[in-house]
Ligand binder design. Structure first.
Ligand SMILES: [Cu+2]
Length: 130
């Protein structure tokens, strides 16, 4: 009976492990000299992506996913720290951070940093959702 129980447990773990809906893709993003690399990302509608951001700069940065309107709100806003909302995270100098975001609909979104002058300097990238 113990052996059966173990086999059943292993099967359950296996089923969860391989279930396609559980799949989360990891995309790594590097920050160097106040710009993101890569600057363009392609994802699929319905996909959940875990972004791991490596900040190689001696200053703090942010990684915020959203549309043009959202980016403008952050550009004018004063939120000092990010981390609680999906797709929004602050990355301290020479540190790594991660955030997970689910893309529902096809279209284009932007990721950007809104510390003073960074976004207009070009600290942004594009996410194409297919
Ligand atoms: Cu920045």
């Amino acid at each position: 009976m113990v052996r059966l129980g173990v086999a059943a447990a292993l099967l359950t773990v296996g089923a969860l492990w391989w279930h396609p809906a559980e799949e989360v893709r990891t995309i790594e993003i590097d920050i160097e000299h106040s710009s993101f690399h890569p600057e363009q990302i392609e994802v699929e509608a319905g996909e959940t992506v875990r972004f791991v951001i490596h900040n190689g700069d001696p200053i703090d940065h942010e990684f915020l996913v959203g549309d043009e309107v959202m980016q403008q709100i952050h550009e004018e806003g004063t939120e000092a720290h990010h981390g609680a909302k999906p797709g929004e995270v602050s990355i301290a100098a020479f540190h790594d951070a991660e955030t997970t975001f689910e893309f529902d609909e096809p279209g284009t979104l932007i990721f950007g940093c809104h510390l003073p002058r960074h976004y207009n300097f070009g600290m942004r990238g594009e996410i194409v959702i297919e």
